[in-house]
Structures are given as C-alpha cells and as structure tokens.
Design a protein around this ligand. Structure first.
Ligand code: SF4
Ligand code: SF4
Length: 103
C-alpha cells in the first residue's frame, strides 16, 4: 500500500487485514494491551474487528469503535508485525469513516 495509491476503501483495507496471521507478536508492544491486559484492546483485535466490519457490509459495532479510539497510533505494533500491516493507517481511515457516520 503506497501513499500514491489514494484513499483506502473497504476492499483495500480488507486486502491489508487478511494478511494478519493472528500470531499476536504485536500485542506486547501495545500500550492499550499493556495497560488493560485485556485482549480486546490489542492490534489483533483491531484487525479482527475490521475484518468482521467488512464482512458485515460496513456496519460498525461498539466494541470496534471503542478499540479504534483507544489506539494512540504509536506504531509499536507495526514495528513488530511480520506481515507488515500498516495498522495505524487503517485505524486512521476507520476513525474518519466512523466520524462521518455520526455527523
Ligand atoms: S498503534 Fe495502536 S494498536 Fe498499535 S501498538 Fe500503538 S496503540 Fe496499540
Ligand atoms: S503481528 Fe501482525 S500478523 Fe501478527 S497478530 Fe499482530 S497484526 Fe496480525
């Protein structure tokens, strides 16, 4: 995924999130998880939540909204991710989408 390729739509986001192997190597660098010790607040949970959101046809649920807005975009997960998923970019796009749903 490059900057020049434009705004990520759901198809492009899905292409990214399906690269997640659920290895969970990202979790110990995540301040959301380290602060809560709750698996729901983790990069993997973001990925799984977004995958489900796309499978549902774009309907967001409260738990996805919660974890997206808990993420502080620190990029610690991206450094650890062997699949090189640009999680923070996806989080930012999703936040914009959600804010557009609630004008
Ligand atoms: S960018 Fe978000 S999901 Fe990734 S480690 Fe930081 S807080 Fe966690
Ligand atoms: S490190 Fe990457 S591939 Fe592994 S669980 Fe986290 S987001 Fe998925």
């Amino acid at each position: 995924m490059s900057e020049a390729s434009g705004i990520m739509n759901d198809v492009r986001i899905y292409d990214e999130v399906i690269k997640c192997t659920q290895c969970n190597l990202c979790i110990l660098g995540c301040p959301m998880f380290m602060g809560s010790r709750y698996d729901h607040f983790s990069p993997r949970a973001i990925i799984v939540g977004i995958r489900d959101y796309i499978k549902r046809g774009g309907s967001v649920d409260g738990s996805l909204i919660e974890v997206l807005f808990m993420c502080n975009l620190c990029k610690n997960c991206e450094v650890r991710c062997p699949s090189k998923i640009e999680i923070t970019k996806i989080v930012m796009v999703m936040k914009k989408k959600i804010m557009g749903l609630f004008p």
